[in-house]
Write a protein that binds this ligand. Sequence first.
Ligand SMILES: [Zn+2]
Length: 261
Amino acid sequence: MKIIYSKKFEERYHTNPVENPDRAIWPAQELAGREFVEPLPASLEDVSRVHSPEHIDMVRRKGMLQPALLAAGGASLAAELALAGEPAFGLIRPPGHHASSTHAWGMCYFNNMAVAIKKIEDLIEGKIEGRTGKVLIIDIDLHFGDGTVSIFRWDEKVKIVNIGAIDVGFDYLKLDRSGYLEQVERALAIHDFDLVAVSAGFDTYIEDWGGLLTLEDYHEIGQIVKEEAENKCSGRRFAILEGGYHDELRLCVKSFVEGFE
Ligand SMILES: [Zn+2]
């Protein structure tokens, strides 16, 4: 399995201090020994398939254009590898699932997942014989991926399942651990797809804000997605980092990847 990574993800930029370079540096060390691939920044054309010119200008004015383009490029590379039959994990930052076409919040700028899916959307249909190009996005971040849902709301080929996500506000998770894993299994069982993508936020971790999932759970989630991808779509799968702010994010990423690869 390939790990998408760049030293540029270790840059410190002006954002909420919890979204800091350690979120890339430490997980990268934990994943050492695997094959790392350096992404190119997404092009403005790629990003324009998802975001309005005004939104792109806003990201530029905040001085975040280059980091945000690189994260979107990292997600796109992960998607392209997955489509070619090579599972991938994008260890990227800044995160993206709170970015809609015209707005972004929650430390997000461009919607990395959406840029990646739009980039390969036409290819899936052409490349996989007899298939219609359906994508399933499973968002395991603590927070509801409102940006991604908004972008794909009219796209019948892209289904998004937010597992146990809290909405804006502080209505804490109502699921227990086994209920959470059941939701992951159910999402994969009831949908038909030609590629599965995971918005992998780890802030539901027992030591993080969500206070629920253990390292074993992240391993199991990775494994469930892998097995169902192998059953249903020749293993075509990728995941990208979203949230996750505890020091042990590195262990969460490692556990997930070990199950997913
Ligand atoms: Zn989150």
